[in-house]
Design a protein around this ligand. Structure first.
Ligand SMILES: C[S@@+](CC[C@H](N)C(=O)[O-])C[C@H]1O[C@@H](n2cnc3c(N)ncnc32)[C@H](O)[C@@H]1O
Length: 215
């Protein structure tokens, strides 16, 4: 299993804080207030996983999945550093090989789907939806689809390509335009229940989209 995040994984959260201030973190926890104690939640491509820890502290039963050993080691190191003893299930796997269908009350994909080209992104999203129970929440936090005037759209696109080219060079991620996640989610049968935006320089650069599977 090739670890594409070997180089950049150890400093991933630091980079994200430099790049966005606190906006990315706020975006990643935006929809977790929907969780009830005992809910089962899966974080796909968890990375350092402060969002997953937040969910565990709210009383959810958390499973995290990541293909990168470096990222999971960093996740565990953060748990150790903060003295967090709540049990969080860690799975070192390609998310497409996780076949726990209809098991989760919430499936979270924070800054995860953007690593794939568009065809694969749709396949992965479809798979994540299958992991949710009927009526489950599916949350996508990521760069928001550029809207606004020409200047604001140009800034958002340039800002996105800065990140995407960096991760193409250092992690081999796909280079592609900013995805319109609510559109893809709707096409795959989800109802969009909420969208929250997070800003950089007063521009809505990130969003968290809450979809719901039909019951
Ligand atoms: C851009 S990082 C986002 C990490 C984290 N969710 C965050 O918001 O900070 C993408 C993560 O997805 C993981 N990943 C990439 N492809 C994967 C796959 N097929 N299955 C599971 N994890 C994967 C990477 O190892 C990396 O940790």
């Amino acid at each position: 299993m090739k670890d594409k995040y070997k180089l950049v994984g150890p400093i991933y959260d630091w980079l994200s804080a430099v790049y966005s201030g606190k906006s990315i973190h706020r975006c990643k926890v935006a929809m977790l207030d929907r969780l009830k104690p005992g809910d089962k939640v899966l974080f796909a491509g968890v990375g350092h996983g402060k969002d997953a820890v937040h969910a565990a502290k709210l009383g959810a039963k958390v499973t995290v999945v990541d293909l990168s050993e470096t990222m999971l080691k960093k996740f565990q190191a953060n748990l150790d550093k903060e003295g967090i003893t709540i049990k969080i299930r860690q799975v070192h796997s390609d998310i497409m090989k996780v076949e726990e269908y209809e098991q989760y009350d919430m499936v979270v994909a924070n800054f995860f789907l953007n690593v794939f080209d568009e065809a694969m992104m749709v396949r992965v999203l479809e798979h994540l939806i299958k992991l949710g129970k009927p009526g489950a929440h599916v949350v996508v936090g990521d760069f928001s689809y550029p809207t606004g005037n020409l200047l604001s759209r140009a800034f958002k696109v340039a800002y996105w390509y800065g990140a995407v080219l960096f991760f193409w060079a250092f992690a081999g991620n796909a280079v592609h335009k900013i995805y319109n996640y609510p559109e893809s989610m709707k096409k795959l049968g989800l109802h969009i229940h909420d969208q929250k935006y997070y800003q950089l320089f007063l521009l809505n650069c990130y969003w968290s989209v809450l979809g719901r599977k039909p019951v």
